[in-house]
Ligand binder design. Structure first.
Ligand SMILES: CC(=O)N[C@H]1[C@@H](OP(=O)(O)O)O[C@H](CO)[C@@H](O)[C@@H]1O
Ligand SMILES: [Mg+2]
Length: 530
């Protein structure tokens, strides 16, 4: 895209410069003025026409005419895809584009792209293909996919189909077959609490489209209504997993009844969080920690009933709610490891176990089965001396392995996994939520001059530099019941993140603010204080 834009500026400057500083406006019927003043305007309308056509995914028209005006005049106007005039918002963009200086063209084009919510991925994808071809490489263009689908396809390709068919359809077939098998196994039971109704917020990303395709394979075992499916709203804007997790409220546009399970994906569908409104209409979050404990508890039970000698562990980050860690270690008696933020750290650590469950609190996670675990399950399944009870459990474990996308966190696969477990337990979201009660928590962002002045240790739970910050945090935290707080530089945004937990939401907010202020003071805060 950058290359394009640079070319647009270069050609503009060279062949169609804006010489006069006269403001010209898209009026009643396009731009209309002396022909000699229109050259750069018409060039720029060529640019706008392409943007409009991409936005509409249709042909649009550009008319050059002075209509009823004198001969020395001329004009240009755009015709929208259904044959009518362009809407007012486009007239505004046209006016901006016509009047910016030659060097401001890039910024103006970018802002139209973003205002009209236009996807530039096609151009970026072309750039990628150019890079591959120039090196003599070959590529398969799978078009639009979720991130975890591509992870799946890479493994399938490199295992010659051993992990599944290397096609998007193969992905749906593999997951849905496992899901149907696991549900059918218990088809005869009557379910009291588990309902098949589920609301899904697609974050206006790729997940909604992919979910629609998956649903065709699920034999109506799930009754899913999709919100934020990308037909109108903006990507991740007041919706999606991150918004719901951090804001702890329903996404934009989602209408739900109490007690019905809801889930939000993120834009590329590698994260998922669940939530519901309880009988008092209060929002209840079932985040990555709640998913991790649900999955770990279930698999732990399955493994112990299978009689197989397999160790199971759970990997979290410092963002995991303190109650979840306590529940896992004390109730489930599953060992927990804490690693720095970022899936690469969690995934790596999870490989230390026969069965490694990992989840970030924000809903990114999966389960890894080691080669040894896969081999033991496979051998047990083939064994002839199993009682029918044991066989059923081993088959279940083996089908679970097929249901889980082990390559990376996957909103679709994780959703099916959660649904199977809830169905098996015959749980509604309230029963799931009851396992443990989250400590109130708060995340804040603090802007500083250079976030790298903050370095951390102990899986990011303690600050090393700047000097004095950790002892200041310790002092503040000691004033709060069940208080815990840590700070770290974000790896994806130019901010320092503050996390806090305490006994009440009010105290948690106070704690987060006090720690945020210390960061601001001791680590070079800029702009508004937290
Ligand atoms: C608190 C939080 O949710 N941090 C996120 C966020 O990283 P930061 O380094 O905190 O900006 O984006 C990462 C990539 O998606 C994700 O792995 C991580 O969990
Ligand atoms: Mg993602």
């Amino acid at each position: 895209m950058e290359a394009f834009l640079e070319k647009a500026v270069a050609v503009g400057k060279d062949k169609h410069p804006r010489n006069k500083n006269k403001h010209i406006q898209y009026g009643t019927a396009g731009f209309r003025t002396l022909a000699e003043e229109l050259d750069h305007v018409i060039y720029r309308m060529g640019i706008l026409a392409v943007i409009a056509s991409k936005s509409r995914k249709a042909t649009i028209g550009v008319m050059i005419t002075a209509s009823h005006n004198p001969e020395k005049d001329n004009g240009v106007k755009l015709i929208d895809c259904h044959g009518e005039m362009m809407p007012a918002s486009w007239e505004k963009s046209a006016t901006v584009l016509a009047n910016v200086g030659d060097d401001e063209l890039i910024a103006a084009i970018k802002s139209i792209f973003s205002a009209e919510n236009i996807d530039c991925s096609e151009q970026l994808s072309q750039s990628l293909q150019d890079g591959v071809v120039v090196m003599g490489g070959e590529y398969i263009d799978f078009g639009l996919l979720s991130t975890p689908q591509l992870h799946y396809l890479v493994v399938c390709t490199n295992t010659n189909g051993g992990y599944g068919q290397p096609t998007e359809e193969g992905y749906y077939v593999k997951l849905s077959k496992a899901f149907l098998d696991l549900c059918q196994e218990q088809d005869s039971r009557s379910l009291k609490h588990y309902k098949k109704k589920l609301y899904v917020d697609g974050a206006n990303g790729v997940g909604a489209e992919k979910l629609k395709l998956l649903l065709k394979h699920l034999n109506n075992l799930l009754d899913i209504e999709i919100f934020n499916d990308g037909t109108e709203g903006k990507l991740n804007y007041q919706c999606g997993a991150d918004y719901v997790k951090v804001q702890q409220k329903l996404p934009l546009g989602m209408k739900v009844e109490g007690g019905v399970r809801c889930a939000s994906y993120d834009g590329d569908a590698d994260r998922i969080v669940y939530y519901y409104l309880d009988q008092d209409g209060i929002f209840r979050l079932l985040d990555g920690d709640k998913i991790a404990t649900l999955v770990a508890g279930y698999l732990q039970d399955l493994v112990s009933r299978s009689g197989l000698d397999l160790n199971l562990g759970l990997v979290q980050t410092a963002y995991a709610n303190g109650s979840s860690t306590q529940y896992i270690t004390q109730q489930l008696k599953v060992p927990v490891a804490c690693v720095p933020t970022g899936v690469k750290h969690l995934h790596h650590k999870a490989q230390d176990f026969d069965i490694g469950v990992y989840f970030e609190a924000n809903g990114h996670g999966t389960v890894l089965f080691s080669d040894t675990a896969m081999k033991k399950v496979k051998e047990a399944k083939q064994g002839s001396s199993l009682s029918s009870d044991k066989r059923q459990i081993i088959v279940r474990l083996s089908t679970m392995i097929d249901l889980i996308n082990q390559t990376v966190g996957d909103a679709l696969s994780d959703m099916l996994l959660v649904e199977v477990i809830l169905r098996t337990h015959d749980w509604n979201p309230g029963l799931w939520n009851k396992c443990y009660t989250d400590l109130p928590n708060r995340q804040l962002k603090v802007k500083v001059k250079d976030r790298n002045v903050i370095s951390t240790t102990d899986a990011e739970r303690k600050v090393v530099t700047p000097e004095g910050l950790q002892s200041a945090i310790d002092n503040i935290v000691s004033e709060y019941k069940q208080g815990r707080s840590f700070v770290r530089p974000s790896g994806t945004e130019d901010v320092v993140r503050v996390y806090a937990e305490a006994d009440t939401q009010e105290n948690t907010d106070k704690l987060a603010k006090a720690v945020g202020l210390k960061v601001y003071e001791l680590a070079g805060g800029i702009g508004d204080k937290p």
